[in-house]
Design a protein around this ligand. Structure first.
Ligand SMILES: Cc1cc2nc3c(=O)[nH]c(=O)nc-3n(C[C@H](O)[C@H](O)[C@H](O)COP(=O)(O)O)c2cc1C
Length: 217
């Protein structure tokens, strides 16, 4: 983090406690509010404001969470990229219900999202994959994400193998890698306030429209 970003963090720290939720009319879209908060998080100097937790559930009901990076969002949903053979992806095949969580600490803000998933189109995955640096592209080919790694040399050898394989060409999108879109039906915005009297505003999708409700902190 640069000195400038650290100073920004100091300046914004506690701001959320002093600020109530912005004015929200009954027609405010949760995506508009999310965009405002995401912009605020980007401006605040937080490291990786796009980092979010993704929670999935195994067949026998065991939840698990891990961090990923939000790469894009719109009214269709929130997109991250991963290996389709990974634990998270496999669990989502059996149970497409998922929860996302953002925490922007210096802003005293949390966003909770619940929904279901779908794969993004091959074109969208390919477009994103080609925008990545070559090292990350080779890494995607080399990593059997979430599978047992017998020893580190094996990963090193796999990286060398794919570096050689694609030495004279662009690195193609692996068929086992791409985007996952979380289509939300519930989005909750949490704003920290003094005396733990926090604001919680929730948006629930009902019959293709978003209903708002507030919750006790
Ligand atoms: C800040 C951060 C960002 C990450 N971003 C991603 C990501 O975008 N995609 C991904 O597959 N893994 C990402 N990871 C690694 C995951 O947390 C996780 O280790 C990996 O996806 C394997 O998870 P799984 O075995 O539950 O599928 C990230 C980790 C951290 C700490």
């Amino acid at each position: 983090m640069t000195l400038f970003e650290k100073l920004r963090c100091l300046l914004t720290f506690g701001q959320g406690v002093a600020l109530p939720l912005p004015d929200i009319s009954s027609s405010t879209s949760p995506f508009t509010l999310f965009q405002q908060w995401f912009d605020d998080a980007n401006k605040s100097g937080i490291l990786l404001p796009e980092a979010m937790s993704v929670s999935t559930c195994s067949k026998n009901g065991q939840p698990s969470s891990r961090m990923v990076l939000l790469k894009s969002f719109d009214e269709q949903g929130f997109v991250f990229y991963t290996n389709y053979g990974s634990r998270k992806s496999q669990e989502l095949v059996d149970n497409d219900k998922v929860a996302l969580l953002f925490h922007w600490n210096v802003l005293q803000r949390q966003v909770r999202i619940e929904g279901t998933v779908e794969k993004v189109s091959h074109e969208q995955s390919n477009h994103y994959f080609q925008s990545r640096d070559r090292g990350s592209q080779i890494g995607a080919w080399a990593s059997k994400q979430s599978k047992k790694l017998p020893h580190n040399d094996e990963l090193k050898q796999r990286v060398e193998y794919f570096e050689n394989k694609f030495s004279d060409s662009e690195v193609p999108l692996p068929e086992f890698w791409g985007g996952i879109r979380v289509k939300p039906h519930y989005i909750e915005f949490w704003q920290g306030r003094a005396s733990r009297l926090h604001d919680r505003i929730c948006f629930e999708q009902q019959d293709n429209s978003w209903q708002q409700l507030k919750l006790y902190p």
